[in-house]
Design a protein around this ligand. Structure first.
Ligand SMILES: *[C@@H]1O[C@H](CO)[C@@H](O)[C@H](O)[C@H]1NC(C)=O
Ligand SMILES: *[C@@H]1O[C@H](CO)[C@@H](O)[C@H](O)[C@H]1NC(C)=O
Ligand SMILES: *[C@@H]1O[C@H](CO)[C@@H](O)[C@H](O)[C@H]1NC(C)=O
Ligand SMILES: *[C@@H]1O[C@H](CO)[C@@H](O)[C@H](O)[C@H]1NC(C)=O
Ligand SMILES: *[C@@H]1O[C@H](CO)[C@@H](O)[C@H](O)[C@H]1NC(C)=O
Ligand SMILES: *[C@@H]1O[C@H](CO)[C@@H](O)[C@H](O)[C@H]1NC(C)=O
Ligand SMILES: *[C@@H]1O[C@H](CO)[C@@H](O)[C@H](O)[C@H]1NC(C)=O
Ligand SMILES: *[C@@H]1O[C@H](CO)[C@@H](O)[C@H](O)[C@H]1NC(C)=O
Length: 618
């Protein structure tokens, strides 16, 4: 370094000599020199009062000469520094803040900063560091902020930060990190805040995080991690906030991955999870704010957040949310803010909340809301609820399309925002008698506003919906379909059409009679082989299956034999005729045979009689 510094001097003098003496005089009378007592480097700005030296963006490729040794704040950002060696900073043991960001530093000597025991803030952001060797940060026991983001580091080695007892904030984002060694964070007992972003990490092991006992905030952004380990954050008992954002490969959050945490806020956004990770959230009883925005979550299911008894804020913005089920926020007794703006919700019913009385702020703008009786509760509270400046707007019905909810007058309140109770059309009595094994269907069409949901109740009081699978189901338009009717299906079926306005019911009866034994056998066989969902196999079924299989085997074996025999016979015939024809013609020969002689399926198309074939031997 000494030689480089000498060079610098030489260059300075070389430039200095031809300059007019006036300039030299001006330099000598630099006003800051008088104030600080120790001068200020050329081209830099100094504030003697706070002992700061700023040489920002001055194209220095080495440390400028003349930095006063009592400098506390030194800004060398935006220069062309390429390395930092032990001797460079030796004289500046009073430094408290050192900014080396936006240089081209690719080499840090071990002990490079060892003399700066008072250093509190060190920025090495946006340099070209590939590796931080062990010992670079040794003796920096007073350092509280360290920024290593925007470099080209590929790994963080063991013990890299081991002396940084006081470090509170560490940035290691925007690197090419592919691996964080298990003991890399050892010693960072005081770390409050850690940000890891835009790296090529495919996992963050619980082992490496386990040294960060004091961590309060952890931000993990723009990572290609596809899953979390079981108890990934288990030792982070002090952690209050966790941000996981922009993990496009994350599709599932396993139930135990957040175990051991006691978070106040959690934000999982811009990932590929398709449902609320209810079981993983279960242990977070002190969570007050949850943000699941910008994930492809289309349904907020009943009781999805039931254990988050202290939750006050819930954000589900821009998730393509289409349904908020009844009691979706069941258990959230303290919910104060709900932000579901920018989704595809048609409605948000009062029944989704534990109680709407705790709600203070509601964002449901940017949804295609149907302004019927289901939104009446919002309308009634429109003067007290805080819409954060974005009143919800009606997308229908046509009379109120485009109207903001806050714009309705009290008198208009009951002209709109009404629902029409469902009415089942075509109520003629359906009394059907069927034989065992038949398909039976009952129609049930209803109209109402909003469009009613239709389900049926079986004679055994079972609820049958469009989601019921198997033999008995409800088709999309409300029709009940019973396949392979059985005697036990006999009874009265009730259709219920239901919407927010009320419900309508309708009855249909079915009588299924048994079949004569042969036909019943056939019906049972079709049913058992056709519908394998019902796998309650008993003797009859096993037997039926067996006979069926045996028959199939016999028939196919017989068919195979006949075909085989036919082919063999045909070959023999060819050979026979060919051997007889030898000698007579060299290349051509005729085949003469009767189709009648060959039995089996291949002979089916023949009209009988002899046929002639001429073949050419090659
Ligand atoms: C921190 O700085 C103080 C002076 O401000 C100094 O006395 C002390 O030794 C430093 N601590 C460490 C661990 O270097
Ligand atoms: C990290 O990922 C980026 C883009 O995905 C890629 O350009 C870069 O080469 C990767 N770095 C390493 C070390 O794998
Ligand atoms: C997100 O998930 C969907 C299917 O669940 C998949 O098609 C898509 O590729 C995933 N996106 C990313 C970025 O992995
Ligand atoms: C969890 O954190 C809350 C404060 O957010 C605290 O009151 C509670 O005692 C903590 N529980 C445990 C088990 O540490
Ligand atoms: C609701 O979410 C939007 C979009 O993320 C945001 O801009 C807005 O500040 C949020 N409002 C509240 C009250 O949290
Ligand atoms: C049907 O409506 C009545 C009152 O109108 C209500 O008591 C009943 O619970 C409703 N039944 C169903 C299944 O929705
Ligand atoms: C057909 O199945 C029904 C019920 O599954 C049973 O009651 C009946 O005895 C069966 N019939 C025959 C001929 O096996
Ligand atoms: C076989 O199963 C059918 C339908 O589950 C039942 O009706 C019949 O009694 C069963 N037979 C025996 C022998 O268990």
């Amino acid at each position: 370094m000494v030689s480089r510094r000498a060079q610098h001097w030489g260059l300075g003098l070389g430039l200095g000599f031809p300059l007019p003496s006036l300039l030299l005089l001006l330099l000598a009378l630099n006003p800051t020199q008088g104030q600080g007592g120790q001068g200020c480097p050329q081209r830099c700005e100094c504030l003697a009062r706070i002992r700061s030296v700023s040489c920002q963006g001055k194209r220095f490729s080495t440390l400028p000469e003349g930095i006063p040794s009592d400098t506390r704040l030194l800004d060398l950002s935006g220069n062309r520094l390429r390395w930092v060696e032990h001797g460079d900073l030796l004289p500046y043991s009073r430094l408290e803040e050192l900014d080396l960001s936006n240089n081209s530093i690719s080499v840090l000597e071990p002990n490079a900063f060892a003399s700066l025991t008072r250093l509190r803030v060190l920025s090495l952001r946006a340099n070209q560091l590939k590796l931080v060797p062990m010992g670079v940060f040794s003796r920096l026991g007073n350092l509280t902020n360290l920024d290593l983001s925007g470099n080209n580091m590929v790994v963080l080695l063991d013990y890299t930060f081991q002396d940084l007892r006081s470090l509170k904030q560490l940035e290691v984002g925007d690197n090419d990190l592919v691996y964080i060694s298990n003991k890399a964070f050892l010693g960072l007992v005081g770390l409050n805040e850690l940000t890891i972003e835009r790296c090529n990490l495919t996992s963050i092991s619980s082992q490496s995080l386990s040294y960060l006992r004091g961590l309060v905030t952890l931000r993990l952004r723009h990572l290609s991690i596809s899953g979390l380990e079981e108890q990934n954050f288990r030792k982070l008992g002090a952690l209050k906030g966790l941000e996981i954002s922009h993990w496009p490969l994350l599709e599932h959050i396993s139930p135990h991955s957040l175990q051991g945490l006691n978070l106040s806020w959690l934000s999982i956004t811009h990932t590929n999870i398709t449902s609320v990770p209810s079981s993983a959230l279960r242990s977070l009883a002190h969570l007050t704010s949850l943000d699941l925005s910008h994930n492809p979550i289309t349904v907020l299911e009943s009781w999805a957040l039931r254990d988050l008894v202290r939750l006050k804020e819930l954000h589900l913005v821009g998730t393509s949310l289409a349904t908020v089920q009844a009691f979706a926020m069941g258990g959230l007794r303290q919910i104060r803010l709900l932000n579901v703006s920018g989704n595809v919700l048609v409605t948000l019913e009062e029944g989704a909340f534990h109680s709407v009385n705790t709600l203070e702020t509601l964002r449901v703008d940017g949804n295609p809301l149907a302004c019927d009786c289901r939104l009446l509760w919002i309308l009634q509270r429109r003067k007290t609820l805080n819409f954060d400046g974005r009143s919800p707007v009606c997308a229908g019905p046509v009379e109120v399309q485009g109207h903001a909810l806050t714009s309705f007058s009290d008198s208009a309140l009951f002209d709109h925002f009404t629902c029409q109770k469902p009415r089942i059309r075509n109520r003629k009595l359906q009394q059907v008698s069927a034989r065992e094994g038949q398909v039976v269907s009952f129609s049930c069409h209803a109209e109402g506003e909003p469009a009613p949901v239709i389900f049926w109740i079986s004679p055994q009081r079972r609820r049958i919906t469009t989601r019921s699978g198997g033999r008995v189901t409800v088709l999309a338009e409300g029709t009940l379909e019973i396949r392979y009717a059985q005697v036990t299906d006999t009874g009265t079926y009730i259709c219920i059409a239901s919407n927010a306005g009320g419900n309508d019911t309708y009855f249909a009866t079915l009588t299924v009679s048994g079949l004569p034994p042969d036909a019943a056998m056939l019906a049972n066989r079709t049913f058992y082989t056709g519908d394998l969902n019902e796998t309650n196999l008993n003797d009859t079924r096993v037997f039926l299956k067996f006979t069926l299989d045996l028959k199939t085997i016999l028939i196919s074996t017989a068919m195979g034999c006949i075909m085989f025999l036919g082919v063999v016979l045909f070959c023999f015939l060819l050979l026979f005729v060919w051997s007889r024809g030898r000698g007579q013609h060299k290349n051509n020969f005729s085949v003469e045979y009767s189709f009648r002689k060959v039995d089996g399926p291949s002979a089916g198309g023949g009209q009988g009689g002899a046929r002639k074939f001429n073949m050419k031997m090659i």
